[in-house]
Ligand binder design. Structure first.
Ligand code: FAD
Length: 307
C-alpha cells in the first residue's frame, strides 16, 4: 500500500491568500496520483467530506475551518513538460499544482505566444482550470486543449471543449457544486511560436499594469465579485462611494487602490469580518444601482451569517 502522510488540525490561514480561516480537521498534500487515490480511500473509510485546495487565491475559508479532509494540490504535483508536434504548435502539459505564473513564464521563456496573461494570476494550474481564470482579454479556455482529472478513483482525460468553460467557471466547478469531488491533475495547452523578446515585453507590461492598479501587497483573493453583464463591479462599488470603505477596524476593507478587491489589512480580519463587508457592499450596490453582484470568491466551510 502507498504510504500517505495526513496531518490533523492544520491552520488553513497560511494556505489562503486572504491569510485568514480556521483549521482543517485533516490536511494532506499528496506528491503523486497514487497517493491522491490513497488519500480518497482514507476519507471514504472515515466518512470525511473532502475539499480540494490549490493556492487558496480565490477562497475565503471559514473561521471554523473545514471539518473534513483538505487535499492541497501543490508543487509536488506541478511538473511541466512540452512537446513540439507536426502541426507547428507546442503542447505544454502542466501538473495541477504548478503555479500559473510558473506555467506562464515557462511558455514565455520558450518563446510561445498566448499564455502571457497567466503570468500575474496567483493560482495553480488546477485552480485556473476550475475557475477558467483569465486576464487582459484571454482565459484558460483560449489555450487549453485537454484536462486530466480524477473522479471516483478513475482518471479521465477530456478535450477542452468538454470542460464547460465559460466566464470564471467550468464543468469541474459545476461538479463540485453538485457534491462531487473531481481533482484536476493536469492541463495541456497548445501554443504557437512567437517572438521571444516581444513576449517578454508584453509579460512585463501586463505585470506593470497589474501592480499599478491592484493592491498586491495586501492579503486578498483578487476580484471579490464577478463582472456583472454590462457593468464593472469596481465601478459600481466606487459609484456607491465604497472605495476604501471599512465597516469597522477589523482590517477588512474595500481596497482604496481597486474597489473590486476586498482586502484584509495586516491579515487581522476574521473570515466573518470579511464576509460581513462583502455582503454589505453587494447590498449597497444593489440598493443604489439595482445590479446584483455575484461573489467570485468562494466560501469554504461553514459561515454563521449569509453566504
Ligand atoms: C492578487 C490577486 C489577483 C488575482 N487576479 C486574477 C485574475 O487576473 N484573473 C483571475 O481569473 N483570477 C484572479 N485571481 C483569483 C485566483 O488567483 C484565480 O481564481 C485562480 O485561478 C485560483 O487558483 P487557486 O489554485 O488559488 O485555487 P483555490 O483558490 O485554491 O481554489 C479555487 C477553486 O478551485 C478548486 N480547485 C483548485 N485546485 C483544484 C484541483 N487541482 N482540482 C479540482 N479543483 C480545484 C477549489 O476546490 C476551489 O473551489 C486573483 C487573486 C489574487 C489574490
Amino acid at each position: 500500500m502507498t504510504e500517505i502522510s495526513i496531518s490533523e488540525n492544520v491552520s488553513l490561514a497560511p494556505y489562503s491568500t486572504f491569510r485568514t480561516g480556521g483549521p482543517a480537521r485533516f490536511f494532506t498534500e499528496p506528491s503523486n496520483e497514487e497517493k491522491l487515490k490513497e488519500v480518497f480511500r482514507f476519507a471514504e473509510e472515515k466518512g470525511l467530506p473532502v475539499f480540494v485546495l490549490g493556492n487558496g487565491s480565490n477562497c475565503l475559508i471559514s473561521d471554523k475551518g473545514f471539518d473534513g479532509l483538505v487535499i492541497r494540490i501543490g508543487k509536488l504535483m506541478g511538473d511541466i513538460s512540452s512537446e513540439q508536434r507536426d502541426d507547428g504548435l507546442t503542447y505544454v502539459t502542466a501538473g495541477a499544482g504548478c503555479l500559473l505564473s510558473k506555467f506562464g513564464n515557462y511558455c514565455a521563456e520558450m518563446g510561445l505566444e498566448g499564455a502571457e496573461f497567466a503570468c500575474g494570476i496567483p493560482g495553480t494550474v488546477g485552480g485556473a482550470v476550475f475557475m477558467n481564470a483569465g486576464a487582459y482579454g484571454r482565459e484558460i479556455k483560449d489555450i487549453a486543449v485537454s484536462v486530466r482529472y480524477l473522479e471516483n478513483n478513475e482518471i479521465k482525460e477530456i478535450p477542452a471543449d468538454e470542460c464547460g468553460f465559460s466566464y470564471r467557471t467550468s464543468i469541474f466547478d459545476k461538479k463540485q457544486e453538485a457534491g462531487a469531488q473531481p481533482v484536476i491533475l493536469s492541463m495541456t495547452a497548445a501554443l504557437k511560436p512567437g517572438d521571444k523578446e516581444k513576449i517578454a515585453t508584453y509579460v512585463a507590461e501586463l505585470r506593470q499594469k497589474r501592480s499599478a492598479s491592484q493592491p498586491l501587497d495586501v492579503p486578498s483573493a483578487g476580484s471579490t465579485f464577478k463582472r456583472p453583464e454590462g457593468y464593472f463591479a469596481a465601478k459600481l462599488i466606487e459609484d456607491s462611494g465604497l472605495k476604501g470603505f471599512a465597516l469597522d477596524d477589523s482590517g477588512a476593507q474595500v481596497s482604496p487602490k481597486h474597489a473590486g478587491f476586498v482586502v484584509n489589512n495586516n491579515g487581522s480580519a476574521s473570515a466573518e469580518d470579511i464576509l460581513k463587508l462583502i455582503d454589505y457592499v453587494s447590498g449597497k450596490v444593489f440598493e443604489d444601482s439595482g445590479v446584483r453582484l455575484e461573489k467570485e470568491v468562494r466560501l469554504i466551510g461553514e459561515f454563521g451569517g449569509e453566504g
